[in-house]
Design a protein around this ligand. Structure first.
Ligand SMILES: NC(=O)C1=CN([C@@H]2O[C@H](COP(=O)(O)OP(=O)(O)OC[C@H]3O[C@@H](n4cnc5c(N)ncnc54)[C@H](O)[C@@H]3O)[C@@H](O)[C@H]2O)C=CC1
Ligand SMILES: O=C(O)C(=O)Cc1ccc(O)cc1
Length: 364
């Protein structure tokens, strides 16, 4: 691959993670960043991810690849700024969660020969450069939505590049992408936020609902902590698909209200039976929009030093822990200590190590 200078506009969770992956896998490539947040740029230069940063967009115009990684409407705005500045061979890509809107702008600006849209199907409820990691996109599906005018050899080159970063490139049309993601990502984010708001409205002044909220509620609402600006842009960028999905969802809820009011045990049971069957058929070993977490659950005794024992065991074996959490209630079947790792290998090694040390472990 000839590309050796790569520009980023927006270095938050996703832009920062893609830039870090490139820096890890192609350390000889030059990476230059632009962001409205100068503290982010400084941090990314200090940790070595960026070779340079700039507050003048024209400084990134001579890049071989430019990744647009701001909220989706801002990415579209940057197309106009970049059009008169980029070289003939520059490939513009983006990581935005919606693909038709930006593709329409590309057509209107006659930038088709430069544009290969992209969307890593991975992320989290966290945001900003501090949450970015050089492994986030590893093993994740990465939608590629090229403009039909993009040269076939450049599309192939770009897909190979994304594969080299450890992601799994999959080619789709912008329209197909937007329909699929509305169901598996955009509508679920609205539902998660609605559920939280439902409980927020119902909660008592002392916040007892919140204090008692158990694992199930937290699992289903994790993504309600996502960046509101990012989601404001996504909802307004993919309105038709999202509104359709929400209307279908409301129909499902109305049917449930009807079944409860009629005391229809058979239909209520069938509802949960069919959802359980489909949910259980979702493969655990591939990345989806809800990313594979490489998690283990460990029962540890409720005593001082119990957590330290586990982390020291892992550290002595050179296993990097990505995160951990302790559940203070045991209504989940899993153990009380949740350990998450960067990859399958680390997770497997940790499992063997802790099992050998006599810990009771659970995979989810
Ligand atoms: N959050 C997620 O899990 C995923 C998000 N995406 C897409 O990635 C893009 C970025 O989202 P995140 O990284 O999650 O957001 P983020 O909030 O973590 O990062 C956004 C970055 O863009 C910068 N920014 C904001 N406005 C800007 C502007 N006008 N010009 C230049 N920089 C600007 C911010 O300072 C920040 O560094 C969005 O288009 C989103 O749809 C794609 C996959 C997953
Ligand atoms: O954290 C999760 O499970 C997500 O769903 C993250 C996510 C957010 C936005 C996307 O466009 C893709 C993935």
């Amino acid at each position: 691959m000839n590309a050796f200078k790569i520009g980023f506009i927006g270095l938050g969770l996703i832009g920062g993670s893609v830039a870090k992956s490139i820096h890890r896998i192609f350390p000889n490539y030059t990476i230059i960043g632009y962001d409205v947040n100068t503290a982010t740029l400084k941090e990314a230069q200090e940790d070595g991810t960026l070779d340079h940063y700039t507050t003048n967009i024209s400084d990134i115009a001579d890049c071989d690849y430019i990744f647009l990684c701001a909220p989706v409407h801002y990415n579209i705005e940057y197309l106009k700024t970049l059009k008169p500045l980029i070289s003939d061979s520059c490939i513009l890509s983006d990581v935005g969660s919606v693909k038709s809107d930006i593709y329409d702008a590309v057509k209107e600006l006659e930038l088709g020969s430069h544009f290969i849209g992209g969307h890593p199907m991975v992320g989290s409820e966290r945001s900003g450069y501090d949450a970015a990691t050089d492994r986030l996109i590893e093993n994740a599906y990465y939608f590629i939505t090229p403009s039909p005018d993009a040269p076939a050899d450049r599309v192939e080159e770009f897909m190979t590049f994304i594969g080299d970063l450890g992601a799994i490139p999959i080619r789709y049309s912008p329209d197909e992408h937007d329909k699929i993601t509305s169901y598996i990502s955009h509508v679920p984010h609205v539902i998660a936020a609605s559920l939280v708001n439902l409980v927020r409205h119902a909660d008592s002044p002392d916040g007892i609902f919140k204090s008692l909220a158990a694992g199930g509620f937290k699992d289903i609402t994790r993504i309600a902590s996502s960046n509101p600006v990012v989601w404001e842009h996504i909802l307004l960028s993919n309105p038709k698909n999202i509104v359709n999905g929400l209307k279908e969802y409301i129909e499902l809820l109305n049917k449930m209200i009807y079944d409860i009011e009629r005391n229809d045990a058979k239909d209520i049971n069938a509802f949960f039976e069919s959802s359980r069957e489909y949910r259980d058929s979702i493969p655990n070993n591939t990345s989806g929009v809800i990313r594979m977490q490489y998690e283990l659950f460990v029962d540890i005794p409720d005593e001082p030093g119990a957590l330290a024992k586990v982390t020291v065991l892992l550290a002595d074996a050179g296993i990097n822990l990505k995160n951990f959490g302790i559940s203070h209630n045991r209504e989940d079947e899993e153990g009380v200590l949740r350990l998450s790792f960067y990859d399958t290998d680390a997770c497997r090694k940790a499992f063997d190590l802790l099992a050998d040390a006599g810990y009771r472990l659970y995979n989810r």
